[in-house]
Design a protein around this ligand. Structure first.
Ligand SMILES: [Zn+2]
Length: 462
């Protein structure tokens, strides 16, 4: 059996061109049943070549005619361009046209330019490459696309990286170029309003040989009552406080009005808290319960560890256990004074001569002093977590933990053995944030109004 696939332009009288020839000899088996991936890639690449060449020829022909006086422009010279798409690269020779005399001073030579096309790269290729690269490593993105599609030109890992980062930089520039004066209005209604905002940070490995090892990445999430959540991320050393504040305000303004009782969550980091409070001066800052209770868990682990059990006599160990339990209870109910008293009681016990010199006591004293300092610094951010919890309101930045996980850990985490430059991580974070929020496609529709990427391409499961 032999099949020939021809392509014929209905606007053209020329003979059809062959784009594929498929031959099947021998007995039918699983390998020869239907179209193979290699055949489909070759077919697609040839169809793309025919289509691009025909479209370009037609376009160039039209471009030669001056739209003002209908005369033919003269050709200055030729150059080769390569249109890169998901279906391969197509090289074509196009001419540069001299300007028409009727254009006066504007009559300089100009090259062929297709509306909305930048650097002869199809928006779809740019979209798919950056979408995949925001989820999996650059090299795997290039591999995956190469396996499935005839995308040969412009699909090396370094090109995928450069293209993805340029999408990130474009998103970043767009955000910062937007008007400075963002008005965030307070609203007493609970509809369409921002109810919770959280900021947290994580670390990624630094690729620079001169660096200490890692740098800090801040991520945030804005939760609205009736809208989707919005994510943001930036590298702390790249974005100063003013720029970070602007980023936060822009994202807040996209999510609607600010609810009267908006709550902002941090782990107690003064810089993040300051950033949030400057954007939302009327918000209630709440120290995240998850971070607070994590410190208690560490203390508990030391107290119930074998070392402490061996070193502390029972009449010291039992009261310490009770104090720790009651410390947690007091913090849960927002009794900061009572909690500090309990900490002092624990410190007093740990300083008693019988156990003061023991290693477990020294470790516990260090941890409890750190906790005391942490609580004193965040005294005004402790709330009655129990009451909030019972009334169904958030007490923890679990939503932030998921933001850290989605924005940093899944793509940039240390477990992936990846190293990053701060600029590279910052640009990729912009793409990742749009992807996680399901808005990367919207950005492409904004940049390329004729972008025909399927709507479903914009929806993602991360
Ligand atoms: Zn003219």
């Amino acid at each position: 059996m032999k099949f020939t696939v021809l392509i014929h332009s209905e606007d053209d009288s020329s003979a059809p061109s062959m784009v594929a020839q498929i031959e099947r000899t021998g007995p039918l088996n699983a390998a020869t049943f239907g179209l193979t991936l290699a055949e489909s890639k070759s077919l697609l690449a040839n169809v793309q070549k025919e289509l691009v060449e025909s479209q370009l020829q037609c376009f160039v022909r039209k471009q030669r005619i001056c739209t003002h006086c209908n005369t033919r422009r003269t050709i200055k010279d030729y150059h080769t361009v390569c249109f890169k798409s998901l279906f391969g690269g197509v090289s074509s020779r196009v001419h540069r046209l001299n300007g028409c005399l009727c254009e006066g001073q504007d009559s300089s030579a100009r090259t062929v330019k297709i509306d909305g096309l930048v650097n002869w790269v199809s928006p779809e290729l740019e979209f798919i490459q950056s979408k995949l690269a925001a989820t999996i490593p650059y090299a795997r993105t290039a591999d995956l696309l190469g396996v499935l599609l005839p995308v040969d030109t412009g699909n090396t890992p370094s090109t995928v990286r450069r293209r993805t980062l340029s999408v990130g930089k474009r998103l970043d520039t767009e955000l910062h170029d937007a008007a400075d004066a963002v008005q965030i209005e307070s609203s007493k209604t609970d509809t369409d309003s921002v109810t919770e905002v959280g900021l947290d940070s994580g670390y990624v490995k630094d690729c620079r040989p001169s660096s200490e090892g890692s740098f800090e990445v801040v991520v945030g999430r804005i939760i609205s009552e009736n809208k989707d959540s919005r994510s943001l991320g930036f590298v702390r050393t790249i974005e100063n406080n003013r720029a970070a504040g602007h980023r936060l305000k822009r994202r807040l303004s996209e999510q609607g009005q600010i609810s009267a009782g908006v709550a902002v969550f941090t782990d107690g980091d003064p810089g993040l808290r300051c950033l949030l409070m400057s954007a939302l001066p009327n918000a209630t800052h709440i120290l995240d319960w998850f971070h607070l209770t994590r410190r208690l868990t560490v203390l508990k682990r030391v107290l119930f560890g074998q070392e402490a059990i061996n070193q502390f006599p029972t009449d010291y160990h039992d009261p310490l256990c009770k104090y720790l339990e009651s410390l947690k209870w007091r913090l849960w109910h927002g009794y900061i004074g009572g909690a500090i008293n309990r900490i002092r009681a624990i410190l007093f016990t740990l300083r008693l001569p019988t156990i003061a010199g023991k290693r477990a006591a020294v470790r516990m004293r260090r941890l409890i002093k750190e906790l005391l300092r942490y609580l004193k610094n965040n005294q005004d951010s402790l709330v009655n977590y129990g009451r909030r919890y019972r009334s169904g309101r958030r007490i923890s930045t679990a939503f932030m933990e998921s933001a850290v996980n989605q924005l940093i850990d899944k793509r940039m985490s240390k477990s992936q053995q990846m190293r990053w430059s701060p600029m590279g991580a910052h640009a990729l974070l912009q793409v990742r944030a749009e992807l996680v929020d399901g808005r990367l496609g919207i950005a492409f529709f904004r940049w390329y109004p004729s972008f025909t990427g399927e709507k479903q391409l914009c929806r993602v499961d991360i």
